[in-house]
Structure formats: C-alpha cells, structure tokens
Design a protein around this ligand. Structure first.
Ligand code: SAH
Ligand code: SF4
Length: 353
C-alpha cells in the first residue's frame, strides 16, 4: 500500500496544514477543496488553476481515490445497489432509492455491525471494522460520479438526500460520522444541507441528547418494540440502554431542538403489531412527553431469519391507532426487495444469484 495521505476525509483545516508543509499558501486549500468536492475531480491533472509542478507535487503527496464498484444491480423499481470495495479489500453495500424528482442515497458507517439485532441481515454478520470519515464521504461521491451530479444546483439533484441507514451502527463510529457530516454539508463542496441527511441509530443513549448541537442532521431512532421485554428479545442493545434511559435521552433531544422525534418501528408479525402493542406505545410516549412521529417499516425477510412481515391490514390498523392519538405514522413501503437492497438486507459479500 502507498504511504500517501488520503485527501478525502481531511477537514479543511487539516488540508491547509498539509499544504503548508508543502510550502503552499492557505488559499490553495480552498481551491483544491472545490476541485475535489464541488467538481468531483479524481485527478490532480484536471485542476487547471494550479501550476503543473504543483499538480505533480500534489499527486505524489495525496491519494485521491474512490472505493471500487465491484458489483451493481438495478431493481425493477429503479432502486440501485452497489457493492463497494475499499483499499484493504473490505466491502459495503450502498443503495440509491429514487423518487419522482429526487431520491436518497443510503450509506454505511461500518463493515458489518456489532449490535446483533435479530431481524437484521447486517446484524448477522460480525463487525469487521469502522469506516474512516473519508470512506463514509466517498460512498456518496461514487453515487455522484455514477449519476453525473457534480456541480449541480440543489433543485436539480436527483441524489437529493442521504440516509445513514446502511450497514453498521453510526453511533459506534461517532467521531468519523461527525467528520463526514461536516465535509458533506460544507457549502463550498458537496453542499448537501444537514436537513437533507438523516442518521439512524439503534439507540446508543449517550450520543442522543446533544446530537443536534454536535451533528445537526435529522435523527431517527430504531425503536421496534413498546416495552423492554420485547425490545430486549430483538435488540441486545436494549439490555445496556433500556427504554426508560432511551426515552429520557429522546426527551432531552426533543427539549434541545424544540422539535419532535422520529422513530422507526418495524412491523413483525404477531410480535409487536397488535392493538395492545399500539396502546402500549402510545402510553410510553405520553409518559415521557414525547412528540413522536413513527415510520412504520414493513419487515424485509432474508434467508435464515425467524420473523415474518405483518399483513397490510395489521400495518394499517396499527397506523390508524397511532394517528387517532395524534401521532403521525406513515407506512414505509419497501424498495429494491428483489435485489435485496431494502432496509436490513445489506451485507458485504457478493450477492449470489
Ligand atoms: N444501525 C442503524 C442504521 C441502519 S439500519 C439502526 O439500526 O438504526 C436502518 C433501519 O432498517 C433500522 O431502523 C433497522 O432497524 C431497519 N431494519 C433492519 N433490518 C430490517 C429488516 N429486515 N427489514 C426492515 N427493516 C430493517
Ligand atoms: Fe446493526 Fe442497525 Fe442492523 Fe441493528 S438494525 S444490527 S444496529 S445495522
């Protein structure tokens, strides 16, 4: 492996420091930042406002690579899935979910996941390693390459949003997540507003109360059950951070940002999907004074899992019950199921056909 410095993932200040050590003035950092993050250039030779000797010097000093696309599939519903490989051979999957005139890119923060949620395919695969900030950012850069969306105005972008809902638990890689968000939302580069980024966590409590000031993107909490007994059965993290602690943290987050909380709630047949469960969920929210919005997610089965999806009737009844008590509860339809690209179906091996 080369000992060059990986440019993608450096903060602006760090980039400036490196350029200083090469004897360059600090405004070079801004020029290079724009080439890399606004124009999406992958070759220093294209950075035409820099002298040729400097371009060569930079190419000797910095690495400016992307993860490699080793496989890709497009679903009948146009959901696009890529298998990406990093320099050390580790792989993650990334998904683009197109809507009418916009869409979200679903990116990963870890190879595998240590949380072991019972319903999740990624969770059945052990944690291999955290991704670096550069690896988190460069996933989205690959998507922009493919869809040729560099140097476009916000309204013209099809890749309009990012959801950090791929492989891994983002709060177990918190520092790199923070660094990545800072780079992606920087107005002189990729310039994706934090309001268009959603981070989903399984409920690592300590990072929730101050998430708004520390990261500032939208936040979604994977709840999936209305009481500790059920939640602990499917999410081992609940034993470490049980519902009273999680709810307190959510309440603090809500008090800090003055808004509401988004919960993901997976609809598992005969497990968490009855009227009694809905009633319990409503009670829990009232008890902690939480202004909740629930995204009801249809369960996406995968080979070897023990759960079945709830029926549509059940899901609608559950949604109506929540709405009757003043909670928004939209039903999320699965996308890209035919290519195993839907929530909880990602893994890092090449998909067997
Ligand atoms: N690790 C984070 C983010 C990635 S998972 C988290 O757990 O929140 C993104 C969402 O997909 C989570 O809400 C997760 O609970 C959900 N999910 C996991 N497995 C699923 C499956 N098989 N079907 C549907 N959703 C699933
Ligand atoms: Fe990890 Fe999220 Fe899957 Fe749980 S649902 S195993 S936290 S990726």
């Amino acid at each position: 492996m080369s000992d060059k410095i990986e440019l993608i993932g450096l903060s602006k200040e760090e980039l400036q420091e490196h350029l200083k050590s090469l004897g360059e003035p600090s405004f070079r950092a801004k020029q290079i930042w724009q080439w890399v993050y606004f124009y999406g250039k992958t070759d220093f030779a294209d950075m035409t406002n820099l002298s040729k000797p400097l371009r060569e010097k930079l190419a000797d000093y910095f690495e400016l690579s992307r993860p490699k696309i080793v496989d890709e599939q497009i679903s009948v519903d146009r959901t696009h899935k890529w298998l990406l490989e990093f320099k050390d051979g580790q792989r993650v999957e990334m998904v683009y979910i197109p809507e009418e005139d916009r869409g979200a890119v679903c990116i990963s923060t870890q190879v595998g996941c240590a949380m072991g949620c019972k319903f999740c395919h990624t969770g059945s695969q052990k944690l291999t390693r955290n991704l670096t900030a550069g690896e988190i950012v460069s996933q989205f850069m690959v998507a922009r390459d493919v869809y040729k969306e560099w140097n476009l105005k916000e309204q013209a972008r099809m890749l309009s949003n990012i959801v950090v809902m791929g492989m891994g638990e983002p709060f177990q890689n918190y520092d790199n997540l923070c660094r990545a968000v800072k780079i992606i939302s920087d107005g002189e580069g990729i310039a994706l507003s934090k309001r268009r980024i959603t981070v989903s966590t399984s409920g690592i409590v300590p990072h929730i109360p101050n998430f708004d000031t520390e990261v500032g993107t939208r936040l979604a909490i994977s709840l999936h059950a209305p009481n500790d007994e059920l939640r602990s059965q499917i999410m081992p993290i609940n034993k470490k951070y049980p519902l009273p602690e999680l709810m307190q943290a959510c309440r603090q987050y809500q008090d800090n940002n003055g808004g509401y909380i988004t919960f993901e709630y997976l609809m598992l047949n005969n497990f968490n999907d009855t009227y009694a469960h809905a009633a319990e969920l409503i009670k829990l929210m009232k008890q902690y004074g939480i202004n909740a919005k629930f995204n009801l997610i249809g369960f996406n089965p995968w080979p070897g899992c023990n759960f079945a999806p709830s029926s549509n009737n059940r899901i609608h009844a559950f949604s109506e019950e929540l709405q009757k008590h003043g909670f928004a509860a939209p039903i999320r339809t699965a996308r890209g199921q035919d290519i195993l690209a839907a929530c909880g179906q990602l893994k890092s091996k090449k998909t067997e056909q």
